[in-house]
Design a protein around this ligand. Structure first.
Ligand code: UDP
Ligand code: MG
Length: 335
């Protein structure tokens, strides 16, 4: 490794193992300030908890010197590796890339901003050693978030519970430990639209939740705007449920029944009382109503067709610009 030459001579670099016990996967987007803190917190903790570990950071198109920080960290400790995307692909894809590059017997996924307390990893490991393969962190509460965001999250979980074809444990996010078996199962899923929360639940395996308190973000701001979260929620629902498509059918059936009843009503009325000209307002209203329903249905179908389009293009999930610390090993090509 070329960077090794820049290690201060006093520091003895810890040995890098080809198949560590634990890999930590961290999606990183503009977190140059947080990364050194994260490593500082993780290092002593992991040294005491597992026989060998590695850190796999996925630089998701950062623009703030995150990559150079990662290079420095990797030069000082070869157990720290990174891949850098050619641009910002989003957190979900960054996690997928992290799983592709992690080689541990177990993999922990966590955020770089220290909102996921590293100490919780010890509880994850405990459960893993008890035989659980899919150990997910569950937020104790969402106190740190705005009321609006919290209520939307609640609504999303409720919608998912009634529409989704997969059960989603409430408050479970990406902070979790996955056994190698689960990682391999996830990697074998070919879809491009990756709603990982749903995928983790879909693959199943022996699962258990561990509650944790979400800490304050150390530096910087959350990268998820309201608009982005909304899009994310819709993606999640539509990739795990076909109910929205059925809504159009149901609406059509209900409206057809109403229309038939109205037709009968007018027919009888005309037979008994003759025709009258008034009725323009109801005509306009019904035309508008039906066009609305049709447009909504078309839009919904369009969303799914768009998704099919994205899948059939079979573009690679991500493109890697640079690898840091991985050259000692062969790495699979991205899908
Ligand atoms: N992140 C990423 N790509 C993005 C946005 C975020 O890899 O496009 C990373 C980010 O660096 C962090 C994690 O995803 O490690 C969670 O992001 P953030 O803290 O902004 O989200 P929140 O905590 O508000 O859910
Ligand atoms: Mg955060």
């Amino acid at each position: 490794m070329s960077e090794t030459s820049s290690i201060p001579s006093s520091a003895v670099p810890p040995a890098k193992s080809a198949r560590p016990e634990l890999s930590i996967v961290v999606p990183v987007h503009n977190e140059a300030d947080n990364l050194p803190l994260l490593v500082e917190r993780l290092r002593p903790l992991l040294d005491g908890a597992v026989s060998s570990w590695e850190l796999v950071c996925v630089d998701d198109g950062s623009r703030d010197g995150t990559l150079s920080v990662l290079k420095l960290l990797s030069a000082a400790d070869p157990r720290i590796n990174a891949v850098s995307f050619s641009r910002n692909f989003g957190k979900e894809i960054a996690i997928a890339a992290g799983l592709d590059h992690a080689s541990g017997d177990a993999v922990v996924i966590m955020d770089a901003d220290l909102q996921h307390p590293p100490e919780t990893i010890l509880l994850f490991l405990e459960k893993w050693r008890e035989g659980f393969l899919n150990v997910y962190g569950q937020r104790a509460d969402r106190a740190g978030e705005g009321r609006l965001k919290r209520n939307f999250a609640k609504l999303f979980y409720r919608l998912f519970a009634s529409f989704g074809e997969t059960e989603l444990p409430e408050g479970a996010g990406d902070f979790r430990l996955l056994d190698r078996k689960v990682v391999d199962a996830l990697r074998a899923l070919p879809e491009r639209a990756r709603f990982s929360k749903g995928l983790y639940a879909w693959v199943g395996f022996r699962s258990v939740g561990v509650t944790f308190e979400v800490a304050e973000r150390e530096h910087g701001q959350s990268k998820f705007s309201f608009r982005k979260l909304f899009r994310f929620a819709f993606d999640g629902l539509s990739s795990f449920s076909t109910v929205p498509l059925k809504v159009a059918t149901w609406a059509g059936v209900v409206i057809a029944i109403i229309a038939t009843c109205t037709a009968f009503y007018f027919m009888i009325r005309t037979l008994f009382y003759g025709t009258d000209l008034p009725g323009f307002p109801s005509l306009i209203v019904s035309i508008m109503f039906f066009s609305g329903i049709q447009l909504i249905s078309l839009g919904l179908i369009g969303e799914y067709v768009g998704r099919i389009f994205a899948e059939v293009k079979r573009r690679p999930l991500y493109l890697i610009g640079e690898r840091v610390g991985f050259d000692a090993r062969t790495v699979d090509h991205p899908r």
